[in-house]
Design a protein around this ligand. Structure first.
Ligand SMILES: *[C@@H]1O[C@H](CO)[C@@H](O)[C@H](O)[C@H]1NC(C)=O
Length: 431
């Protein structure tokens, strides 16, 4: 995925260009400080933001202009950013001589196929401007009940280093306190060059958005006092099992000094993953696709046959890549899947990948047996061009099918998985 590679290259180049002070700055982030179970896991630097289109210039308060001419604005203002709780917060600070009528932040993840989403800003309870909060659950398109641990894994998908990149626009209206005139506001163009001040001296006027990114650090909260759990991966709980499992091989253990160039991260296609459910009390829970005679079913992979009430309790299992011949001993364990049903029996499947693995496509099939087709593109739910996210859930719960004649409902959990690594890509595992 070209856009993702660009994203990572831009982010990596920022390591070299940003001021050292900005990179060393570490502040207390409430979510991390409040939870000992997050010790050692990456969390976003609370107030260190960078502008990828401006060679990763560090800026906590990007600017906007008031009026219709960015080059000759009636006034300028700033939007100060901060991570507070599981939110990215935008504070439109007061502008002298003007009052705010309304302001909107439009955002999307860089490289994402989706269009911009709007966030309306309201009065800031502790300030004299406007404020709005972008929930991590919206950024990651996951359920509102996702744990902070999983949210942080998604917000810091590469660990304690560069993280996600946003495309952003600001819009709104202000009223002049002297003349009563109403004027629009919008984000300033990305800066093309700065003087030593460092005041911007020319702008990249072809952009109708700017880009913003941040870095992640390890959460230095003290570890929890007792560690009694032996982390047996749960199979039937609604709580997703621990996601702190180390990836099988560590490819990014570079000990670079401040003078070496940052390693270039590549996004490589890793292969096809299928969800497996471990046997429960000796009872088989996954069945091989090749027992089905439908089109494309003569391949490796599995389906499960959960009842609605089993789904309401929550089921989960490992995600395996490359289990040719359904041989799990040959497979790579890349993460887990969790399927739950709500009170109405509607089903949500959540994927949680371990670093350095990320999602490219997700396909979920929930149909009555026998399976008439096994090609993932023809499943009940398909999401493509997922921008390398480590977590994903189908945004609208799926209908559990009503099956007749003693047929059971089958669930197939499938994904196309990328690996983010240093160096050249290897051929993907056999799909
Ligand atoms: C933004 O506003 C919130 C709510 O008033 C406040 O807690 C926070 O400190 C502000 N952050 C910045 C960077 O202005």
């Amino acid at each position: 995925m070209k856009t993702t590679r660009q994203l990572l290259l831009l982010a990596a180049s920022g390591l070299a260009s940003a001021a050292p002070g900005a990179l060393l700055k570490r502040t207390d982030y409430d979510v991390c400080a409040a939870d000992c179970t997050l010790a050692g896991l990456p969390y976003p630097d609370k107030d260190t933001f960078q502008l990828p289109l401006e060679n990763h210039y560090s800026e906590q308060c990007p600017t906007f202009y008031v009026g219709s001419d960015a080059g000759n604005p009636t006034a300028t203002g700033r939007v100060c950013l901060e991570f507070i709780g599981p939110y990215l917060v935008f504070n439109f600070t007061s502008i002298s001589g003007f009052t705010y009528n309304d302001a909107t932040v439009s955002w999307k993840l860089t490289g994402s196929a989706s269009s911009f989403s709007d966030l309306s800003c309201g009065p800031n309870p502790n300030g004299d401007g406007l404020t709005c909060k972008l929930p991590f659950t919206s950024v990651l398109k996951v359920s509102p009940t996702t744990s902070n641990k999983d949210l942080l894994a998604g917000i810091c998908p590469l660990g304690d280093r560069e993280a996600l990149v946003f495309d952003l626009r600001f819009s709104g209206d202000v009223t002049s306190t002297s003349s009563g005139e109403v004027l629009p506001l919008r984000q300033q163009f990305p800066c093309a060059s700065r003087d030593s001040d460092p005041k911007c001296t020319s702008y990249q006027t072809s952009y109708d958005y700017f880009q913003l990114t941040y870095r992640c650090s390890k959460c230095y909260v003290a570890a929890c006092p007792t560690s009694t759990s032996t982390s047996e991966p749960p199979v039937t709980t609604t709580e997703p099992p621990t996601t702190s499992t180390q990836p099988p091989t560590s490819t990014t253990s570079s000990t670079s000094t401040s003078t070496t160039a940052p390693p270039i991260l590549q996004t490589c296609s890793f292969g096809t993953a299928f969800g497996y459910q471990n046997p429960i009390a000796g009872v088989q829970k996954s069945f091989t696709l090749n027992t089905q005679s439908g089109a494309g079913c003569n391949r490796w992979g599995w389906y499960e046959t959960p009842t609605v009430s089993e789904l309401q309790g929550g089921i989960s299992g490992p995600l395996y890549v490359g289990a040719g011949g359904n041989d799990i001993t040959k497979a790579v364990y890349v993460g887990i899947w969790v399927a739950t049903a709500n009170a109405q029996g509607r089903v949500t499947v959540t994927y949680l990948l371990n670093p350095p693995y990320t999602l490219a496509d997700v396909h979920v099939n929930l149909v009555c047996l026998p399976l008439t087709k096994c090609a993932p593109g023809q499943y009940t739910f398909n999401a493509g061009a997922i921008p390398n996210l480590p977590t994903f859930s189908n945004p609208t719960p799926l209908v559990y099918p009503t099956c007749t004649g003693g047929s059971k409902a089958a669930l197939v959990v499938h994904a196309a998985v990328n690996v983010v690594k240093v160096g050249t890509c290897e051929p993907p595992k056999a799909s």
